[in-house]
Design a binder for this molecule. Sequence first.
Ligand code: HEM
Length: 312
Amino acid sequence: MVMKQNPRRIGRTDITDLNEDPVVVWQHRNYIKSVVFMALVLPMLVCGLGWGDFLGGFVYGGILRIFFIQQATFCVNSLAHWLGDQPFDDRNSPRDHVITALVTLGEGYHNFHHEFPSDFRNAIEWWQYDPTKWFIWTMKQLGFAYNLKTFPQNEIEKGRLQQLQKKLDQKRTTLDWGIPLENLPVVSWDDYVTEAKVNGKPWIAVAGVIHDVGNFIADHPGGKTLINSAIGKDATAVFNGGVYNHSNAAHNLLSTMRVGVLRGGCEVEIWKRTQQENKDNVSVTDSAGQKIVRAGSQATKVVQPLVSADTA
Ligand code: HEM
């Protein structure tokens, strides 16, 4: 900013759009004059003619204000790369933050600006502090024709969604979703029954998956008796509506108790099919390669057949 640079050594930018804007061209031609007038003369005149304090206008309205604006301008490339979040891209360091926006008169939504530089706005939400955007909006309401470029909303939303997805993925990895089905040992139906009924293991099979409910029996909201009654049996029907249609939270909890899968799947053939269909649903993976289990598509959640009461 302070040295004259060799134009052959610095990067060049296409500024044909600026050259077509008469206001910008006028300002460029009269740069020094307009700077001195707006930064020093005008504040001096306001304070001097207003209440007789020419010197105060010069010092506070002029010199100190220039210093402040200069610091604020530098904040674009310091604060704006340090404070805030990255709602559109995490490739570089530019960040969006209202504090930076306030200090820099709206330049603080830097993540958006770097991602969509051809968009004249700094921020897209109406409530975000971006005086340029508000000014243009007001002028348009007053009937002035402004034809400034904006990036397609569809593309902006994609960036936002991808960033949100990344955050969700990161959060997901911090939670226990149970051992993945393919990592579980395969157990035959007879071995399962023997382990539960002869060797006393508190195992319950739901939709072909064996669960150790030992630590949960005392806490079961439906009581000890009901959960105990399913040990060593296929509880697919009772768990999925035969006795009680358990919530998504209950299915999630159940998945943390997995100890094995039954060879050949669950015993109730008609439900086995719907469970197979559900298994396709859970094969969606996140950016870290982990399976995503959406609410209602847990492996143990099966569609309720009409005859549920009889089945139970
Ligand atoms: C296999 C492991 C089981 C787990 C992890 C489990 C978990 C839960 C949870 C978290 C609830 C609270 C409501 C909800 O979230 O849906 C609940 C309620 C209930 N459960 Fe279970 N459950 C299991 C087995 C069973 C079995 C085998 C039966 C019946 C034979 C049963 C019958 C009920 C009933 C009737 C309620 C409703 C209680 C009420 O609202 O007063 N549960 N269970």
